[in-house]
Design a protein around this ligand. Structure first.
Ligand code: AMP
Ligand code: ZN
Ligand code: FE
Ligand code: FE
Length: 282
């Protein structure tokens, strides 16, 4: 049966695979379609699109935005984006600047704790415009300042730990609008991780298109729960592995296989919207 993975990260954000490596794994695993959803970035989409085309895989350009509603953090996925959309690129550039400033703040706090991590080591390891906590953690391991990534998060980087700096977040309602004006579909990522069911009606009201029912960290019961919610609010169903590279010795991609029929429904909605906006301009 044809399947898709619609939640993937590369080294254009905090994933460890290049777009070519990721597409290679996707081909080996027999995926019919893949979407790239790097945090606050669409920069990897050109290379990922080319690598997928070469491997005979359908490619969906996307991103994952860190958003909030009523003080609750949630992630908004954008799919079928026009990656040249000016407003989208302008907003993404702002998020990236804030991410870079946040690296300086986190490293300063780590330094205040007497741990001599050099900020340049984080930026050179990250080597992308969208650096995040995983890059700080990896730089700490590389410099021999912690034993492993878990220790880095436990001692410094987890929420409410000394070097944790909250990320500035776009309002989820604005995120949905940003995705729509770039021609895309807006989807609520891994709702089971954020435990944010109470915000779903407001997101639907703002035009949310879909909900990520299948995710590596969703139990079968959670997926069933969100399938019911998708049905209730007439939302598209999506899913993906949220692969950031190797996990426990093997690539995380392959663990979630979304039936391709859901991709077809997404494409139908994108087309439908294109026609309705053309009508409005007549
Ligand atoms: P950031 O966007 O900079 O806040 O970093 C978020 C990323 O850090 C997530 O996408 C995860 O990949 C990773 N992450 C968050 N918490 C942990 C943790 N406790 N251990 C390992 N990785 C984590
Ligand atoms: Zn990530
Ligand atoms: Fe996420
Ligand atoms: Fe993700």
């Amino acid at each position: 049966m044809k399947s898709a993975d619609l939640h993937l990260h590369t080294n254009f954000s905090d994933g460890t695979f290049t777009p070519e490596e990721l597409a290679g794994h996707g081909a080996r695993l027999g995926f019919a379609a893949l979407a790239l959803t790097d945090h606050d970035s669409v920069e990897g989409c050109a290379r990922m699109g080319a690598a997928c085309a070469a491997a005979g895989i359908e490619f969906i350009p996307g991103t994952e935005l860190t958003a909030e509603l009523d003080g609750t953090e949630l992630h908004v996925l954008g799919y079928f984006l026009d990656t040249n959309n000016e407003k989208l690129l302008m907003e993404i550039a702002k998020f990236q600047t804030v991410r870079q400033q946040r690296i300086h703040q986190m490293v300063a706090r780590i330094n205040e704790m007497g741990v001599p991590l050099e900020v340049e080591s984080v930026f050179s390891l990250a080597n992308c415009k969208s650096p995040g906590r995983p890059h700080v953690a990896r730089a700490l391991v590389k410099a021999g300042l912690v034993k492993n990534l878990d220790e880095a998060f436990e001692r410094f980087l987890k929420k409410n730990r000394p070097a944790w700096v909250p990320k500035s977040k776009i309002s989820a309602l604005d995120a949905i609008e940003l995705v729509h004006q770039a021609g895309g579909l807006a989807v609520m990522a891994h709702p089971g991780l954020n435990r944010t069911d109470e915000v779903i009606p407001a997101l639907v009201e703002a035009g949310l298109d879909g909900i990520e029912c299948f995710h590596t960290k969703h139990s079968t019961a959670m997926s069933a729960h969100y399938l019911e919610i998708a049905d209730k609010f007439h939302l598209l169903v999506t899913g993906g592995s949220d692969c950031h590279g190797f996990s426990k010795g093997k690539p995380l991609i392959g663990g979630v296989k979304l039936p391709y029929e859901h991709v077809e429904k997404m494409k139908a909605k994108v087309e439908e919207r294109k026609f309705s906006t053309t009508d409005e301009h007549r």
